[in-house]
Design a protein around this ligand. Structure first.
Ligand code: NAD
Length: 280
């Protein structure tokens, strides 16, 4: 069990990834994302999750470089994730998209690069491109996002490199038992997006009293539940006090009973798109 904010999980290729990070979906390019990333790193975060489609890779890169300087950190102490967007999928276009992300971030390398969505008929070629940049040493780990079990099975038929990570929508109402189990059997680390249900659960009437027992907020209970489920988590906030609050989850442990009570909230309910039926 991770017991501090900088604890890492060792991925299937030996790379260490922090269990906890900052998501920056919808954080505006410029001062909003820069201030959020810098506040997070100041607070002890070491992992940042962006994507080409978020339009804020430049700000993320700038913030990472400034935060390294200001906090006396080396690049190796930080972990930056980005993703190739759907319109760029395919072999050559993904190679180009990777270079674009690297250039925007203006870092020597990316830690983790993901296939953002399983675009039908394309994701295998996209994966081949990721395997190439991985073998060239431009990225420390490659993975996927929004892959269901059947997508992973299909990918693994031809893949030379097993994905290190699958980042999926995951929260108390979408606990993804099949995907979690499959990934565990294949050594693929599950990572939660929208862990707070994009803000819907921060006042939840069942989770709130659980938190009160530990002196924790509902957001903290849910993020701790992620870690105890063995799932990497990347809550988003651009508000410094919430960035600090969300990471203050390493001094308590949810009981088995409370884990079960939260687990019982699962309704297979998505707030985001269905990976088997999306049109973007
Ligand atoms: P989230 O569940 O992290 O919720 C974020 C929202 O919750 C914030 O905008 C804020 O309004 C609220 N919030 C955060 N902390 C709070 C607190 N302590 N108290 C009260 N309210 C609080 O949703 P998300 O941003 O969609 O997901 C997290 C990250 O996952 C994203 O930023 C992004 O990096 C990633 N993501 C990936 C995909 C994908 O397809 N791979 C899709 C969506 C998000």
């Amino acid at each position: 069990m991770p017991n501090n904010l900088q604890d890492t999980v060792t991925l299937n290729n030996g790379v260490n990834m922090p269990w906890f990070g900052l998501g920056v979906y919808k954080a505006k390019e410029g001062s909003e994302v820069i201030d959020a990333v810098k506040a997070a790193i100041r607070a002890g975060y070491r992992s940042i999750d962006t994507a080409a489609v978020y339009g804020n890779e430049e700000g993320v890169g700038q913030a990472v470089r400034e935060a390294m300087e200001e906090n006396g950190l080396t690049r190796e102490q930080l972990f930056v994730t980005s993703k190739v967007w759907n319109s760029e999928q395919g072999y050559e276009t993904t190679l180009q998209a990777f270079e674009n992300s690297l250039k925007k971030l203006d870092l020597d390398y990316i830690d983790l690069f993901l296939v953002h969505w399983p675009v039908k008929g394309k994701y295998k070629e996209t994966w081949r491109a990721l395997e190439k940049v991985y073998k060239e040493g431009k990225v420390r780990a490659i993975g996927v996002s929004n892959f269901q079990v059947h997508h992973l099975e299909d990918l693994l038929e031809d893949a030379e490199v097993v994905p290190t990570v699958n980042q999926v929508e995951f929260h108390p109402q979408l606990a993804q038992p099949e995907v979690l189990k499959y990934c565990q059997t294949k050594g693929i680390q599950l990572e939660a997006w929208a862990p707070l249900g994009q803000g819907r659960f921060v006042d939840h009437d069942i989770i709130k009293p659980i938190g009160e027992k530990y002196g924790k907020t509902p957001a903290q209970v849910i993020l701790r539940w992620d870690l105890q489920m063995g799932v990497v988590t990347i809550p988003k906030s651009v508000t410094e006090s919430r960035i600090i609050e969300n990471a203050d989850i390493f001094d308590f442990e949810l009981s088995g009973e409370d884990m079960q009570e939260i687990g019982a909230l699962n309704q297979n309910k998505r707030f985001g798109s269905d990976p088997d039926n999306f049109n973007f």
